[in-house]
Each structure stands twice: as structure tokens, then as C-alpha cells.
Design a protein around this ligand. Structure first.
Ligand code: M6R
Length: 614
């Protein structure tokens, strides 16, 4: 996944806007970055391997003047990370510049054809093929830029969000989208472009979210024009976006991840706002109520998701099955989309995605739609592709998540899934009123309980120092805590590059126990719940083999402390809500270990915030 920024105006310099925009989008990709600027002297492209800061260094002695430009931060798909492969790419004559997010699947074939016609390529990327193709069509057929782009896009198979500059049309930026997000900001006599709203919001809140197949023409002195590949003019909705700058900045924290961990109490309050009525102990998800019959009559629910969202789905499965008595299957979207799954019109498919742009989850949604299922989205990024592809859904409303390791989105997803289960169970009459009321009451107290857990931050930091030596970690939990173990392990792997595995605690003796020795830290979720005694026995098994146990325990527990090497106390809550509090110290543990190891917490190697490619 890459990040795209663009600006065209007359009074402001483009370069500072583009650099600031790239910094806001850097979470999307960070192996190289580049900028193309148009000024009276011509079209200049500057590129650097590494971060946006490296690009800034490189540009220090360059001519960065101009009020029109496009910029890009890359996450490599075709071609190694290097300045040559960084975007923008020139066309052969250097009259055109392009930036691109996505993959051109038939690039090799197009490249062969163009090379056969004598065109020379400078990079190994699929993107360069597109700009060369546009120029070839433009020159060969004597077409204007827009028509040449439309003809070129006709020949392209794949996913893209692109923006193009043309030295000979210095008053215009052309952008197009297919399966990769792109937002146009409308200012006063100026236009902004971004992969999402974050690089734009500082300048305007009027935005157009381009749809698949849309081509936007941003021409100075004219209104925004949006057409399709057949040149039919479209009338896209202009949204007023409610996002403030504070939400996308670090606010005094050293890393976005830490800020986002600490934001969770407030985020979950926002997530529940208007949905939970504490006075009457009642929950309503309006999207569910509006489509009540579809959901009540569902014979099965299938949840599709990836990564952390998939872990949230495993928790959702348990709570929906418990309360609503409907079978729930949880699927990796990437597997589901390719295995001809049985999906019927009486099924409801829930797609969970923080970004709302994950390519596999989006494809799973499209497949389920084709098969006639009703689709419910649980997403964070407002106006992103998945919410727009679903029949209805609920936003988690936790605000922009910038750290690549997902934290607040996970607790937001679990909160929405809990409210979903409660609303549906009430509608179906499958939950006893006293149980319903108790869960609602307890759910409303979760933000305060997370506040309490966050007070363990210093203890967790000290613990992290002790365990930084480890090359492997095991995480164990049962029932609702099993997905928490998976999530804890994923967080650690992602940002500290320590190998970590999550298991259902009882599975340990079927294999992983062979790994236990005095070097192996084992994180055990051992709170007071139905499985408490069983987990204690699992812990005995670890200690008997000299493993080092870090236990998450219910406040006041004394049994576990006798066995464990370290304990972190959690406030008591109902078992089904425990993941919401138990995940937080595991996020902190991963964070502090990664910091102790000197890793780049917000931008871990090889990862991108949202995976918009297969
Ligand atoms: O945006 P999504 O929720 O669809 O993203 C899914 C995964 O790519 C994501 O959760 C990933 O695993 C995170 N890096 C986890 O921290």
C-alpha cells in the first residue's frame, strides 16, 4: 500500500503541502518517497530511498518551487525499494509524471509491447508502464491527456489509484481510481488529493471520495470534473468531513501506537455514544434495527476479516453464538475469496476492517454479494471502500488509527461486535433480560476499567526490560482469552520482530510444550473465569519445565502469583468482556519491548497499515 498526495492552486507553494501530506500518509508505506513539481521552468521529479525525511534531505538544495505537484510514499510490490523505483515516474519524454497505488497485473505484457516499439524503461515497476502507455497513446493517436488516460486505463488489468501531471497542461492534475482509495479536497480555487482525508483536512473539509472507475479532472479556474472511462460526466457527492487535526497528530506521545493505546477509554466511549443508553440499560445499533428481518432470519453468520480484525471476529463469534444462538463461521478473507465457499441468501456476512480498504476483505465482500448474502460492515475509516460495498453496517468511531500495529481498532471492533450481539439477541428473544442488562451495565464501565489497566504502564515497561532478551514468546488463553493470546502474539511479532505464537492453553501439551525451557517466556491469561482452574494446571506444566510465566490475573488473585514470575492485575469484569481489558497490557508489553529493542514502532519493517494488494 502506498500513499498519494496532490495539490494544484495558484497562491500556495505545493512542496510544503505535499511533504506534510506525505508525513501524514507515511503509515501507508515507507520504503521510498518522491515528489513531482511543476513550475515555469518545467517538471521536476525528486526521489529518495527511505522515509519522507530522507526525501526532504535530498530536496534541500533542489528547486522545489511551484504551485502544482504530486507526491508519493511507497510500499514496494514490483521492484526493490530504491530511488529509481520510487514514484513519481516520468514518461519517456519526461513530459508526464505519474504516481500510483495498486498493482497493474498485465504490466509485463504492456511493457513488452512498448519496448517492441522502442520505448525505454528506467525502473522495474509496474507503474512506469502506465505512464509510458499514456504518453505513447497521447503521441501516437494525437489525443488530449484525459482521453489518452481513458484509453490507457481500458487496457490495464489491476487495481490503481493514480495521479498524473503533464508539462504541457500545467493547470491540470488528472487522477483515477479502481480498487484503491482516493479523495479529492475542494478548496477555494485550489484542489487537494489524498489516499485518505488526513493530508487534506488541514486545508478544506469539502471532499469527494472517488468511486471505482472515476477519473477526476482538477483544472484551475474550473469546477471539479469527474468522468468515467467512457467520458460520461458524473455528479459525485461532496462530503463535509468531520475530522480534526489533533486526531491525526501524536499529541505529545513519542509514538502513535502509544497514543492510540492510551486513547482507548475515550475511543470506546465514542464507539458506544448514542448506542448504549446507560439509564435504561439498553443497546441499539440502528443499522441492525433498520434491517431487522434480514438479521433475525439469518441462518448463519460468516465473518470475514484479516489480521487483528480476524482476531476480533473470533471474539465476536463466541459472543454472538452465546447470546443469539446462531452459528458463526470466522474466515480469513484471503482464503474465503478463493475457495468457492458455501454462501446462501439466508446467510449474513459481516466484514470487519479497520481501514475498510483491505483488498482480500473487499474481494470477500464482493464474492458474498454475488452469492446473495446480506453484507454488514464493521469498519473504522469513514467512507472507505468496504462500508460503501456493504448493505449496511456500523462504524467503530475510534478515530484515525495511524500506528501500523492495530490497537484501538481492535477494542472498537470487539465493542461493536458485543453491541451487535446484544441488539440481535434482544430482537430474537434469545437472551434473558437479567443477562442482557448485566452485560450492558458492564460494557458501559469498560472505558473506566481500561483507564485502570493503563495505570500498569510503568510495571509493564519494567517487565519489558526483563524480557527484551527473548527470541521467542508463547501466549496462552482459553475461551474468550484465546483470541487475546493470538492478538498479543501478533502485536509482539509485528513491532519487535520477536517470534511469538498464540495457542489455546490446553493445546500446549499437544506440541508447543516441547518448546518450553528456561529461556521461554510464556504469557498466560489466567483471570477468574470458567477456565481458571484449568489454566492454573497449564501453568504448572510450564513451570515444571522451567518456563518463565507472565500472567494476567484478576485483581487480588494470590494463587497465580505463587506460580508466575510476574503478574499484571486486571480489574474484574464479565468473561465475555474480558478481551477488552486483557488486550491492553499485551499491547503495552509489545510496545515497550519494541522500544527497548530500538525498533521503529509506528512503521515496522515490511508492513503497511492497510494491505490494498493481494
Ligand atoms: O484494515 P484491516 O482491519 O482490514 O487490516 C487487517 C490487517 O491487515 C491488520 O489488522 C494487520 O494485521 C495489523 N497490522 C495488525 O496490527
Amino acid at each position: 500500500m502506498c500513499g498519494i498526495v496532490g495539490y494544484i492552486g495558484t497562491n500556495r507553494e505545493a512542496y510544503p503541502i505535499l511533504i506534510k501530506g506525505l508525513q501524514r500518509l507515511e503509515y501507508r508505506g515507507y520504503d521510498s518517497a518522491g515528489v513531482a513539481l511543476l513550475n515555469k521552468k518545467g517538471l521536476n521529479i525528486y526521489k529518495a530511498k527511505g522515509k519522507v525525511a530522507d526525501l526532504q534531505d535530498y530536496c534541500q538544495d533542489k528547486d522545489t518551487s511551484g504551485t502544482v505537484g504530486i507526491a508519493h510514499t511507497r510500499w514496494a510490490t514490483h521492484g526493490e525499494p530504491s530511488a529509481t523505483n520510487a514514484h513519481p515516474h516520468y514518461s519517456e519524454s519526461k513530459n508526464l509524471a505519474i504516481i500510483h497505488n495498486g498493482i497493474i497485473e498485465n504490466f509485463a505484457e504492456i511493457k513488452r509491447n512498448l519496448e517492441g516499439k522502442g520505448i525505454e524503461f528506467r525502473s522495474d515497476t509496474d507503474t512506469e508502464v502506465l505512464v509510458q502507455l499514456v504518453e505513447y497513446i497521447q503521441e501516437r493517436k494525437r489525443l488530449d491527456l484525459l482521453t489518452a488516460v481513458q484509453v490507457a486505463l481500458h487496457q490495464v488489468i489491476g487495481a490503481y489509484a493514480i495521479a498524473l501531471l503533464d508539462k504541457n497542461n500545467p493547470d491540470t492534475i488528472i487522477a483515477a481510481r479502481k480498487q484503491s482509495p482516493l479523495v479529492v479536497g475542494i478548496g477555494d480555487g485550489e484542489f487537494f488529493l489524498g489516499s485518505d482525508a488526513s493530508p487534506i483536512i488541514e486545508y478544506t473539509d469539502k471532499m469527494v471520495y472517488l468511486e471505482d472507475g472515476n477519473i477526476a479532472v482538477m483544472k484551475l479556474g474550473e469546477e471539479l470534473k469527474v468522468v468515467n472511462i467512457l467520458n460520461e460526466e458524473l455528479s459525485p457527492a461532496i462530503h463535509t468531513v468531520d475530522l480534526n487535526l489533533g486526531q491525526i497528530e501524536k499529541g505529545g506521545y513519542p509514538h502513535f501506537m502509544l497514543k492510540e493505546i492510551f486513547e482507548q477509554p475515550e475511543c470506546l466511549t465514542n464507539c458506544m455514544r448514542g448506542r448504549i443508553n446507560v439509564e435504561h440499560n439498553h443497546v441499539t445499533l440502528s443499522a441492525l434495527i433498520d434491517h431487522r428481518s434480514k438479521l433475525i432470519d439469518a441462518k448463519r453468520i460468516i465473518i470475514v476479516a484479516c489480521g487483528t480484525s480476524w482476531h476480533a471476529a473470533l471474539i465476536g463469534k463466541q459472543i454472538i453464538e452465546n447470546l443469539c444462538r446462531i452459528p458463526v463461521n470466522v474466515e480469513y478473507a484471503s482464503e474465503f475469496r478463493y475457495r468457492n465457499p458455501v454462501v446462501r441468501s439466508c446467510d449474513v456476512v459481516i466484514a470487519i476492517s479497520q481501514s475498510g480498504e483491505t483488498a482480500d476483505t473487499l474481494a470477500a465482500v464482493e464474492l458474498a454479494k454475488e452469492k446473495g448474502a446480506f453484507i454488514y460492515g464493521i469498519c473504522n475509516a469513514i467512507g472507505s471502500s468496504i462500508p460503501r460495498a456493504t448493505d449496511t453496517g456500523t462504524y467503530i468511531h475510534v478515530g484515525p488509527e495511524i500506528g501500523v500495529a492495530s490497537t484501538k481498532a481492535f477494542t472498537g471492533q470487539v465493542t461493536v461486535l458485543t453491541m451487535f450481539a446484544l441488539t440481535l439477541a434482544e430482537a430474537k428473544g434469545t437472551v434473558a433480560n437479567k443477562d442482557y442488562v448485566k452485560i450492558v451495565e458492564q460494557l458501559a464501565t469498560i472505558p473506566d476499567k481500561i483507564r485502570e489497566v493503563l495505570k500498569t504502564n510503568d510495571t509493564v515497561r519494567d517487565l519489558a526490560r526483563t524480557f527484551t532478551y527473548a527470541h521467542n514468546f508463547i501466549y496462552l488463553g482459553r475461551g474468550f482469552s484465546y483470541p487475546v493470546a493470538l492478538e498479543g502474539a501478533l502485536k509482539l511479532k509485528e513491532i519487535s520482530y520477536i517470534h511469538a505464537e498464540g495457542y489455546p492453553a490446553a493445546e500446549m501439551k499437544h506440541g508447543p510444550i516441547a518448546l518450553i525451557d528456561s529461556d521461554m517466556p510464556v504469557v498466560v491469561i489466567a483471570t477468574h473465569n470458567a477456565m481458571y482452574e484449568k489454566v492454573l494446571s497449564n501453568m504448572q506444566e510450564i513451570k515444571a519445565r522451567q518456563g518463565r510465566v507472565i500472567a494476567l490475573v484478576s485483581k487480588g488473585d494470590t494463587m497465580v502469583s505463587r506460580l508466575a514470575d510476574a503478574v499484571i492485575e486486571l480489574p474484574e469484569t464479565m468473561e465475555c468482556l474480558e478481551p477488552l481489558v486483557a488486550t491492553v497490557p499485551l499491547q503495552l508489553l509489545a510496545y515497550h519491548i519494541a522500544v527497548c529493542k530500538g525498533k521503529n514502532v509506528d512503521q515496522p519493517r515490511n508492513l503497511a497499515k492497510s494491505v490494498t494488494v493481494e
